[in-house]
Design a protein around this ligand. Structure first.
Ligand code: NAD
Length: 339
């Protein structure tokens, strides 16, 4: 495998995960960027990276030897850093969500095509083997038909305040639910038909996010219907009071013949229920970020035709998030017709 040279932009939570992933697959990090110097030095020290920058423009101008830019910054920076990386003819792995708007997504697409570089967006959660196992089991008819894939996800106001900014990561409907949308359409092997959603801003009077003139929807029920007749549904809130300890409902895949949910046992895996009969399906523990990093390198080196998640997939998932927000705003079911 060819050795590449990574410019890691962002040393926060995702930057830390990506740095571990590059180390796990033996690809060297040439330089790290973060405007927060404490984080920059902590992550750089951990991975013995000497080249450190607080400004991504400086890093891009100086790091001629880096051939891959790995973007782990808040959503507002995905477009400008991608455009700079394209101008410098570097391949890009960009954290999800792809962009804040379809217009931004299209500008990224144009920059990527004009530069002829390879691009992937980071939906690593779809890569562990259990996702493909469920897809195959569903397609083999073991669950019967139709299906409901459902879960809920509950959290306090997010410590990363940009998550609540309408013009930042735009709340869970944009920032989080795209992982579920991708999972559902992978397992159903079908296209979305329409979306119905209700939502509101539970944390509207919380002082921690008072600085944002427009706050994101933080609490919603989003339901998508697929061409297969299957339905995906999630209840999400990032508006819980501090200290709330509410148990979340995990993923549940519900069919007329079989039901599945993650096993409660510490070893993980899934439990499949057929009436009173239960089967435990174990899966090896995997580092999904390392799977993603390897898949991206294989794509760059030509060993793989497609990226782990393409720019088009990122745009499609953003389109679904925006349709869900439109449904919340209008109180209507929104048809998914992509342009
Ligand atoms: N794939 C996943 O499962 C997953 C999970 C969490 C977050 N994310 C995504 O990853 C991205 C980053 O999120 P995070 O959780 O790592 O956030 P974070 O706040 O932990 O890290 C972001 C880092 O970017 C730095 N930064 C911000 N603006 C900068 C700038 N202009 N120049 C240089 N540094 C700057 C901050 O100092 C911070 O260290 C977001 O788009 C988020 O949605 C993806």
């Amino acid at each position: 495998m060819a050795e590449h040279s990574i410019l890691l932009v962002g040393a926060g939570d995702m930057g830390t995960q990506h740095a571990k992933a590059w180390a796990a697959i033996g690809q060297p990090i040439a330089a790290i960027v973060d405007m927060d110097e404490a984080r920059l030095h902590r992550l750089s020290d951990t991975h013995a990276v000497d080249r450190r920058f607080t400004c991504y423009e400086d890093a891009m101008a100086e790091m001629h030897d880096a051939d891959i830019v790995d973007i782990c910054l808040p959503l507002a920076f995905h477009l400008p850093v991608t455009v700079q990386a394209c101008a410098a003819k570097k391949h890009v792995l960009c954290e999800k969500p792809l962009a804040r708007s379809l217009d931004e997504a299209d500008r990224m697409d144009q920059a990527v095509k004009a530069a002829g570089i390879k691009f992937a967006v980071g939906f690593q959660r779809n890569l562990p083997p259990w996702v493909n196992f469920l897809r195959q089991d569903v397609q083999a008819g073991h669950f019967g038909h139709p299906l409901l894939f459902t879960c809920d996800s509950m959290a306090e106001v997010r410590p990363k305040r940009f998550m609540h900014d309408r013009y930042g990561n735009n709340g869970p409907v944009v920032d989080l639910l795209q992982h579920y949308f991708l999972l559902w359409e992978t397992v159903f092997d079908a296209k979305p038909v329409d979306v119905a959603a209700f939502g509101f801003i539970a944390a509207h009077d919380r002082p921690e996010i008072a600085q944002f003139p427009e706050k994101a929807i933080d609490t919603a029920v989003v339901t998508i219907r697929y061409t297969s007749g299957d339905v995906g549904s999630v209840t999400v809130s990032w508006g819980l009071a501090a200290g709330s300890r509410i148990a979340e409902a995990p993923d549940r895949l519900i069919g007329p013949k079989r039901v599945a949910m993650p096993a409660a046992s510490p070893g993980g895996g899934w439990t499949l229920y057929e009436g009173a009969h239960e089967v435990h399906q174990p899966f090896p523990q995997v580092n999904a970020h390392a799977l993603q990093a390897q898949a991206f390198i294989d794509y760059v080196d030509g060993r793989r035709e497609e990226p782990p998640s393409s720019l088009a997939v990122g745009r499609h998932l953003l389109h679904l998030s925006l349709a869900a927000l439109r449904s919340i705003e209008t109180g209507r079911v929104v048809e998914i017709s992509e342009t």
